[in-house]
Write a protein that binds this ligand. Structure first.
Ligand code: GLY
Length: 364
């Protein structure tokens, strides 16, 4: 008979995929076998998370909690009127209303919280954290999420900036040449092109104007003790159908954290991520022994397989949109990958915040 202790030791020796733990409910597929007792803190996230990853590391190195670190990091971008992919200044839906989605996961407590279709609150990630900390629920939506946010002291504000309003007005005017909306003069401040895909990993084919803006911010961090948290927050797909919910607030899609394995988050076409349980898939691949980058690439291949609709494929028969994953494992190894070349991700390690080039499946 092999004792449980011998079995665990043997499993660790034969490789990551074979590592097994025993929960009270029976055997569970376990965490990666190779672990360092002290981890170099690392924060990794989307290209627009440069300040967020730096802040997350600052907070955890100062002894703060990992979730406080990532949420304080993305709050900077959520409050920034110049970033049109999240929070204040995020691009609105079809009706010109900004609807925000966010989720958080706290590894050590196995906690999760999320909000969807939240209107009027600049920092949906903080509301998601409040859902996790102050309710017995995981996901609040719409008016209920807003009422909850107000009860927790968040202020209702107008989230449309002059720039995002002008872009929505122009989009509405370009929808049809048979309605009464006139295309405004596009020159001048506020009509600059949308943020560069290299940094943000944006873009989806759109029948009206070519590329449709779709930005999001994700940030994950691991501290010295190996505790891990993550957050994803977004204003979602620009000009979306009111009520549309993307992957960002869906636990397992736009974000997943398992404190024994790692964290992963996504940006890009949320529908593709939801259908493939994207971030959870990446975590399971890492649990089975893949590196963060390989796990991200493998989950992206699933998206390619799932993209059978001709309307979503380009002239090469490949996805006409992009999805990006960002991941860190229990050892502090990190990676980022996208379907298409040219994307970058943010990382902060050893006190330096920088952008690195994402791995990819296809050259543009
Ligand atoms: N990934 C963001 C969204 O699809 O809403």
């Amino acid at each position: 008979m092999t004792s449980r202790r011998d079995f665990l030791k043997t499993s660790a020796g034969v490789g990551v995929g074979a590592a097994v733990g025993m929960g009270s409910a029976g055997p569970l597929l376990g965490a990666p076998a190779v672990r360092r007792s002290v981890v170099t803190p690392v924060a990794v996230g989307s290209g627009n998370a440069l300040e967020a990853v730096a802040t997350a590391i600052e907070v955890v190195n100062g002894g703060g909690d990992t979730l406080d670190g990532v949420v304080q990091g993305v709050n900077i971008v959520e409050r920034d009127p110049g970033d049109s992919s999240v929070g204040y200044g995020g691009l609105p839906n079809l009706d010109g209303v900004v609807q925000l989605d966010s989720s958080v996961m706290h590894g050590p407590s196995r906690g999760a919280g999320a909000v969807a279709c939240l209107e009027g609150i600049k920092t949906p990630s903080s509301v998601a954290m409040d859902v996790m900390r102050y309710t017995d629920h995981v996901l609040l939506v719409g008016k209920g999420a807003q009422r909850f946010a107000v009860s927790m002291g968040h202020q209702i504000e107008d989230l449309l900036t002059e720039s995002s309003r002008r872009r929505w007005i122009e989009w509405r005017a370009r929808m049809s040449d048979r309605d009464d909306y006139l295309v405004p003069d596009t020159a001048g401040p506020g009509n600059e092109p949308f943020e560069d895909e290299e940094t943000y990993g944006l873009g989806i084919l759109d029948s009206h104007d070519g590329v449709r803006p779709q930005g999001t911010i994700n940030c994950n961090v691991i501290n010295r003790d190996g505790d891990i948290s993550g957050v994803t927050t977004t204003s979602g797909l620009a000009w979306k159908v009111p009520g549309r919910v993307g992957d960002s607030p869906i636990v397992g899609a736009g974000l997943y954290v398992d404190n024994d394995v790692g964290a992963c988050g996504s940006t890009g076409r949320g529908e593709a991520v939801i259908k493939t349980c994207g971030s959870h898939t990446v975590i399971e691949m890492m649990r089975a022994g893949m590196s963060p980058t390989d796990a991200c690439l493998e989950a992206l291949r699933r998206i390619v397989t799932f993209t059978v609709e001709p309307r979503l494929r380009n002239d090469r028969g490949l996805p006409g949109f992009n999805v990006n994953y960002y991941a860190v494992n229990k050892n502090g190894e990190y990676g980022g990958a996208a379907i298409w070349s040219g994307a970058r991700f943010a990382v902060c390690v050893d006190g330096e915040a920088r952008r690195e080039t994402s791995a990819y499946l296809y050259e543009r």
